[in-house]
Design a protein around this ligand. Structure first.
Ligand code: TYD
Length: 137
């Protein structure tokens, strides 16, 4: 899928003087049905994550706390998104290479994913990703 399909999605926000509330629910908010949640935290300064693409997985990534940058690459175009608030996130479609860096101290990345974890769904080599990308182009 092309990079243009990846986009920031704003989530519903319930304002309250006692604190705001945001929710995500299936059949409503995201262009896929979620089956898994994972989060990344305690990221040391200067660390980079990602460095892979998924063959079939759809993901929605939110900065639950702090901020970080996600650079997406579909093998042709690249785009960097800065995630910094918990009421929006980045939809990442399948076959997109991603690099995540510039984590602020104490940041928490949450990802909602369309499938359970499967190592077979990863392209962990950029060359393999590019070969598969152009084979399917
Ligand atoms: P990985 O997806 O490479 O992390 P990141 O993209 O944030 O750098 O996953 C890191 C490790 O965690 C890898 O060994 C696979 C494992 N893992 C699971 O066991 N289950 C999961 O749901 C995820 C996302 C990763």
């Amino acid at each position: 899928m092309p990079l243009a399909d990846c986009r920031i999605i704003e989530l519903p926000k319930i304002h309250d003087p006692h604190g705001n509330l945001t929710f995500v629910q299936n059949d409503d908010t995201l262009p896929f049905t979620m089956q898994r949640v994972y989060y990344v935290y305690d990221v040391p300064g200067g660390a980079e994550r990602g460095g892979h693409a998924h063959k079939n997985l759809h993901q929605f990534i939110v900065a639950m706390s702090g901020s970080f940058d996600i650079t997406l690459d579909d093998g042709k175009d690249k785009k960097t998104f800065h995630l910094a608030r918990s009421y929006y996130g980045l939809y990442v479609c399948p076959m997109i290479w991603r690099e995540i860096d510039n984590f602020s101290s104490g940041s928490v990345l949450m990802c909602l994913a369309s499938e359970k974890y499967s190592e077979a769904d990863y392209h962990r080599s950029y060359d393999d990703f590019m070969r598969a990308r152009w084979a399917n182009a």
